[in-house]
Write a new protein. Structure first.
Lengths: 729, 210, 243
């Protein structure tokens, strides 16, 4: 069993452990090598961006297989991946399209993630070591410019600086400043914020100079920067600012450094013994200025040429190196002034051929290397404080912000069609649909009022004119005849039970229908007991007797007894039919009906059960009430006759009980017509006669209105239906 | 726990009472008849009477709440509450045969209900006319034609009875068609009544919320 | 004894169909009124409208109690659907005992949906204790602007014409059914959709109230055909002079 030594604490651990069992440091790095120990596959566009050389990443540690993503050539392609491929092929999405898209991407439309990756790799010098891309150049130039301005703000009063001395130091400072990039500047560079010249106003620049913390644009044109720089300087040392703009810029660069920058300067010297030649720096600046000049967009190739310093003269290079460079780059001849300046400034410590081997592009790599060295200082563990130690936790395992991928999708035409279809479906769903409500017609109030007025006029006309021209029925119906005969057969002081079971609203019809029948009962000298299964029945009975039978001088409690309301409907009737004394022991007035101090009331004397009554009469408009009397009471009546005075609306359902053999209802008076017939039979006068003419005219008018209105309505309905059909066609 | 017990107990009581009444109807045993007469019928009547009071109280509560919350039309509810309290005071305090109670009934309730009945006549005529426009089909035409013929043949006419309509057609419609149709409908209603009663007896329908 | 035999056979068939009905899917003839009712209730719930349910004025201990119980069954179904909406069903009755049962049924619906705290006693109100006062009291919720569906199921008399007329004058959908023939005639003239005859007793089955409702519908069909045969045979025998 092999063991692994912990890079942090140095103690041995079993090989299968991922973390050190003593200090918990990771033993196995998270970099995944390919199964066949081949170098990790990097996408082509990352490996070789536009003919640049790249450094292949070679993992030096073994990575667990679980972390290794399977390559496309692997036999064990997962099912989901295979299905995606199959589907892609079905939908017409070919990898040629993907390649085309990649080629397009290589032509310059780089996704953001790749740009970031390149920037990062370039900074770390692991993958991209050669050349600075135009964007990077912009970034470099930007923060170089910014540092210059920053330094300018630090200097306040003494501008008397010896230019000659400072010029010698300048390259060092330049490099040191560039290597010491504060984090906030680096962030700004990454963000690539572009502020147009118009957007950067004077206030903006002033704020920035005052150090208010506002973000400055590192792509501001030099004129703007110079203007802004001159403002504070004028305010402090007016006389000494007689130097040219160029000299002023250099002076600004040589001003006193802040503490943090000064410390760093010393530190850089420790590591960077070599001075960067001024010519190189100038050439970088030149390229940078060219980039920053508005309206001049250089092609990448031109920019590349501009990056090459004048030092790269093929005459000074060895043959072998000159040839190789000749193939790759085209050299632009530097200006004569520039060359002269270079000759003055260069310390020329290094041999020319060695300097030539250090291309300008590698400056950035050098700077980033220095930055990396600074970053590589270990802060934890026994090696804390040392630089250059291979970290136990590699970069991959460190928390990083997720890369922002572009939202541009690569989809096939078919997918696009499907997406359009799907979108149409969604839009169709979102559209409000008219709710199909059931058709409800609203009646017109005008017609209603017209009908009302006509009917009222028809009812009132016979009353107002006091004409009773329409004759009463000459031939009484069979039910009226039977009822009349039964009443006529009553003896003096016969006991009659009358149920007042109708609603006050129908009292107009039923009072008239029952008037003659009840009058006939009273005329025969019968004693009457009143009950009701309706709450309003007792009061209605009192009113009926007061209004229609007052001439008979009856006395409540003597000839007429009102037992009142029987609750419970049919159940109450059933109970009353079998045990009347228990069901209704008191009268409405509160007297004991069946044997109090005054004894049993006259109408109830001798009554033990309902069959002891000589006749039962029920006045009702409701079929169910009539049926309750027939079904619950009639069976216990034995030979006692049951007479029904009912509304016209109940006739069809009650008549069968009268016409059946044997009949359960022995007499039947129906509605106003029945009351009029009874009245005609008894040769008396009453409500039926009064209402008869009004009933006639109103009913006739109603029939006519129904006929005419019906014809009009039918015509309208047919017309509308035809219209609808026509519209539908 | 109370809810868990409530449903089975109420269901059991409902089923038991229904069975007692049903069996007592078909088999008039003295014991069952006594139980019916002594216990169940008085209970049913008391329940009916109390239910009437509960109805009155519910009516009062609903309209009182409308008045208190000033809902739409609360003025009518206020009138109802006042009328209810006034009528109750007169009816209970002075008795039903009192003159004031009689006047209230005669001059308030009866005219109101009779007026409603009169309005109903107008509404029905208008509804019958509109019916042909609203739902024009064969059944509606038959319905309206029957109404017209029966109305015309039932009422006294100024020019006397119509020869065929009054003595033949109208009786035939009223006594044959109407009664025959009504019998058929009533048979269906009776079957439905039996079915509903048996569903309640078996406890599958619980209108008492158990 | 004939009556007892009738009831016994009816009960046996009812239970038999209830057992068999679990295995066999019921096929109904189409009654447009129920279809429209279901649509109208769905629309009411979606539109934030209210359903008004009138149970009539039938008592619970008379022959009209059947009609009231049918109404309660349908109310339970509608209550279950609407009790979770903003405006639950409001029910009106014209009889005290029926009012108590109505409150109980609605409370059970709310309880079933775990929302008993939302139950309000005014959702089940007694709007009048006499036929006409009930009709007039019911017209108020019928014509309420929030109400878009009116269901009349119970026992009525001629006063139902008032309620039907109010539905027609309003802007709502109306469905009416009753055991009363007079009420059926008036409903036909005034209300949009009317249930005629035994259609009213089939309400529970059409609205999915349970297997027993389906079974009772099948049993009623069996007995209806038996009655038709008996009437025809009896008439023939009477004509032949045998009876």
């Amino acid at each position: 069993m092999s063991e692994v030594r912990c890079p942090m604490c140095g103690k041995t651990n079993p090989e299968e452990l991922e973390n050190c069992q003593f200090c918990q440091a990771r033993l196995k790095p998270l970099i995944a090598p390919s199964p066949d120990d081949k170098p990790r596959r990097i996408p082509e566009d990352v490996e070789k961006p536009e003919g640049r050389e790249s450094v292949e990443f070679e993992p030096d540690t073994e990575i667990p297989e679980s972390v290794i993503p399977p390559s496309e050539e692997d036999e064990g392609v997962p099912e989901w991946l295979a299905s995606i491929r199959t589907r892609a092929a079905e939908e017409g999405f070919t990898f040629e399209e993907e390649e085309r898209a990649e080629a397009q991407f290589e032509e310059g439309e780089e996704p953001e993630w790749l740009t970031r990756l390149r920037t990062k790799q370039g900074a770390e010098g692991e993958v991209l070591v050669e050349g600075i891309q135009p964007e990077e150049e912009e970034q470099e130039a930007g923060y170089l410019e910014r540092i210059r301005v920053l330094r300018g703000t630090e200097i306040s009063e003494s501008i008397e600086v010896q230019l000659e001395e400072e010029k010698e130091v300048e390259p060092e400072e330049e490099s040191s400043v560039e290597s010491e990039i504060p984090e906030w500047i680096a962030e700004d560079v990454d963000q690539e914020a572009v502020v147009s010249e118009e957007a950067v106003g004077e206030d903006y620049g002033v704020k920035w100079l005052r150090g208010t913390g506002e973000r400055a644009d590192y792509q501001i044109s030099e004129e703007v920067v110079e203007e802004e720089l001159s403002a504070p300087l004028e305010g402090t040392t007016t006389e000494e600012i007689a130097v040219s703009l160029e000299a002023e810029e250099e002076i600004v660069e040589q001003r006193e450094l802040p503490e943090w920058l000064a410390d760093f300067e010393e530190e850089v010297i420790l590591y960077e013994e070599e001075e960067i030649p001024e010519g190189e720096v100038d050439s970088v600046r030149e390229a940078q200025e060219a980039l920053e000049t508005p309206g001049t967009v250089r092609e990448p190739e031109e920019a590349k040429q501009a990056q090459i310093p004048s030092k790269f003269s093929f005459e000074e290079l060895p043959d072998w190196l000159g040839e190789s460079l000749e193939e790759d780059v085209q050299i632009k001849e530097p200006a004569e002034e520039q060359l002269a300046e270079e000759e003055e400034l260069l310390p020329a410590d290094l041999p020319t051929w060695l300097k030539a081997m250090r291309p300008v592009d590698s400056i950035s790599a050098t700077i980033s290397d220095i930055a990396r060295v600074d970053e590589d200082v270990l802060t934890v563990g026994p090696l804390a404080g040392l630089r250059g130690v291979i970290p136990a936790e590699i970069e991959v395992s460190k928390p990083q912000a997720p890369p922002a991928y572009p939202l541009k999708l690569r989809v096939s035409e078919k997918q696009q069609e499907q997406a359009v279809l799907f979108e149409q479906m969604i839009v169709a769903e979102e559209e409000p649909k008219p709710i199909l409500k059931p058709k409800v017609g609203r009646p017109s109030p005008i017609w209603r009022w017209l009908l009302t007025l006509l009917l009222i006029a028809a009812v009132l006309w016979p009353i107002i004119s006091d004409r009773q021209n329409i004759s009463l029925p000459t031939l009484p119906p069979a039910g009226v005849l039977a009822a009349s005969e039964l009443i006529s057969s009553l003896e003096m002081n016969a006991k009659v039970l009358i149920g007042f079971d109708y609603q006050p609203g129908l009292s107009g019809e039923l009072d008239a229908a029952a008037q003659s029948a009840v009058e006939h009962v009273l005329m025969r000298g019968a004693l009457v007991t009143l009950v009701s299964t309706q709450p309003t029945g007792p009061a209605l009975a009192v009113r009926f007797f007061q209004d229609t039978q007052a001439e008979y001088n009856y006395t409540w409690g003597q000839r007429v007894v009102n037992l009142g309301y029987i609750p419970g409907g049919p159940v109450g009737l059933y109970n009353f039919a079998r045990l009347p004394q228990r069901a209704k022991p008191y009268t409405v007035e509160g007297y004991s009906a069946w044997g109090g101090e005054a004894g049993v009331l006259a109408p109830l004397q001798g009554i033990q059960q309902l069959s002891d009554f000589d006749m039962v009469m029920v006045i009702t408009e409701e079929v169910d009430v009539a049926r309750s009397w027939i079904e619950q009471v009639q069976p216990v009546l034995a030979s006692t006759p049951l007479i029904m005075v009912v509304s016209a609306q109940a006739e069809p359902l009650i008549r069968p009980y009268f016409e059946a053999t044997p009949n359960q209802v022995q007499g039947l008076v129906v509605g106003l017509a029945g009351g009029a017939a009874f009245q005609q039979l008894e040769e008396s006068t009453g409500l039926a006669r009064t209402y008869w003419d009004s009933l006639s005219t109103a009913s006739l008018l109603a029939a006519a209105l129904i006929l005419l209105g019906g014809l009009v309505s039918s015509s309208l309905a047919i017309f509308e239906r035809q219209n609808q059909e026509r519209r539908a066609v | 726990m109370r809810r868990v017990l409530k449903a089975p107990i109420s269901t059991a009581i409902a089923i038991a009472v229904g069975l007692v009444v049903l069996v007592g109807y078909f088999f008039p045993f003295p014991l069952l008849d006594g139980l019916l007469q002594v216990a169940l019928l008085p209970w049913a009547l008391i329940l009916a009477a109390v239910a009437l009071w509960i109805g009155v109280l519910n009516l009062l509560y609903v309209h009182w709440r409308k008045v208190r919350e000033r809902q739409k039309g609360s003025i009518y509810s206020g009138v109802l509450v006042l009328a209810l309290l006034l009528t109750t005071m007169i009816g209970v305090g002075l008795g039903l045969n009192n003159t004031w109670a009689g006047r209230l009934f005669t001059y308030v309730q009866i005219p109101i209900e009779m007026s409603l009945m009169a309005v109903l006549a107008v509404s029905l005529v208008y509804a019958c006319v509109r019916l042909l426009y609203r739902r024009f089909n064969l059944f509606t035409v038959v319905f309206a034609l029957t109404v017209f013929l029966v109305l015309l043949s039932s009422v006294p006419l100024p020019f006397g009875e119509l020869p065929f309509l009054s003595d033949t057609l109208r009786p035939w419609i009223a006594e044959v068609l109407t009664v025959g149709g009504a019998r058929g409908v009533l048979l269906g209603v009776a079957l439905g009544t039996v079915a509903t009663g048996l569903r309640i007896l078996t406890g599958s329908d619980r209108p008492y919320g158990g | 004894m004939w009556g007892l035999g009738f009831v016994f056979v009816f009960l046996v068939l009812l239970l038999l169909f209830a057992i068999l009905g679990k295995k066999k899917k019921a096929i109904f003839r189409e009654i447009p009124a129920f279809k429209q009712l279901i649509n109208a209730i769905g629309l009411a719930v979606e539109e934030g409208k209210q359903v008004h349910f009138s149970l009539g004025r039938g008592s619970v201990n008379g022959p009209e109690s059947t009609s009231s119980f049918i109404g309660l069954s349908v109310l339970e179904r509608i209550g279950n659907v609407t009790c979770t909406s903003d405006f639950p069903v409001v029910a009106t009755t014209g009889e005290g005992a029926l009012g108590i049962l109505t409150q109980d049924v609605l409370r059970a619906s709310f309880r079933g949906s775990k929302g008993e705290y939302r139950y309000d006693t005014t959702l089940a109100q007694i709007s009048g204790l006499t036929p006409f006062s009930y009709a007039v009291g019911t017209m108020r919720p019928v014509m309420d602007e929030r109400v878009s569906v009116n269901v009349l199921m119970g026992h009525y008399g001629s006063e139902v014409a008032f309620i039907g007329d109010a539905i027609g004058r309003g802007h709502s959908f109306g469905l009416a059914g009753s055991d009363s023939l007079v009420a059926q005639a008036l409903m036909y003239a005034t209300v949009q959709e009317t249930l005629i005859g035994e259609e009213y007793f089939a309400s529970g089955a059409y609205l999915g109230a349970g297997n027993m409702h389906l079974a009772s519908l099948r049993t009623q069909d069996v007995f209806r055909w038996m009655l038709v045969l008996i009437i025809l045979i009896g008439s023939a025998l009477k004509l032949m002079g045998v009876l």
